[in-house]
Design a binder for this molecule. Sequence first.
Ligand SMILES: [Zn+2]
Length: 259
Amino acid sequence: MNCNEARPLLQACADGEIGAADGVRLKRHLEDCNSCVSALRELRTLRKAVRQGAGYHRASPALRARVLAALPATEPVVADVEPVADAGWRRWFTWSPALNATMAAVTVAAVGLGLTTYAMRESPADLTAQAVVASHVRALLSTREIDVASSDRHTVKPWFNGRIDYAPEVRDLAGQGFPLVGGRLDYVDGRRVAVLVYRRAQHPLEVFVLPDKGDGGPRSLQGYEMESWTARGMRYWAVTDASAEDLRAFVAAWKRADS
Ligand SMILES: [Zn+2]
């Protein structure tokens, strides 16, 4: 094997997906080719950086529980496929059969998970949560984010009069670090709903106020933190790209504040 033949195999090797025959031939080449060894090392480093640095979204505990409940009972899949330390490229070959088996198991699990998720019925609360996030994102993208811009709740609350068939509570949380920015109308679950717009530092934080419907609870969806609660016949959905901690602080402040 020469370098031209070796190069295309390096990626497969770095991913632990090289076949046994190619593995033997590549290994022989790497014994006396420093340039391919360092190319392989770079691929490994890149792969590691992607694994560690790439953005990901954590499944909510509720979704996780439902996915796990829907999966058939199996041996736990070993998810950590990184070698403990870089003890030279030979190591990548010595654990590659085990890695291959692990990768196969992970792939099967991922495919199973995808199908299971696809087949799972979503609860009404999940659908509302998705609608709330979609509405929040739409508002962030649009130039008309706020219909009534005011930090005064005595301006924002009456603005909704006649525009929806209920009067949302608007609370002043500026003292707790969540200044009111204004309000807007949006459509969620096929009806017009009140949306109160607050801010945490540079992060918009919106509260959707709907007539009570379904269950709620905290969750993360598409990178947004959400919390839902009910009070006096209304359901509240708070959504933000600020941290889950900030959102918890907001909800606690909301519940303590006067209306
Ligand atoms: Zn080479």
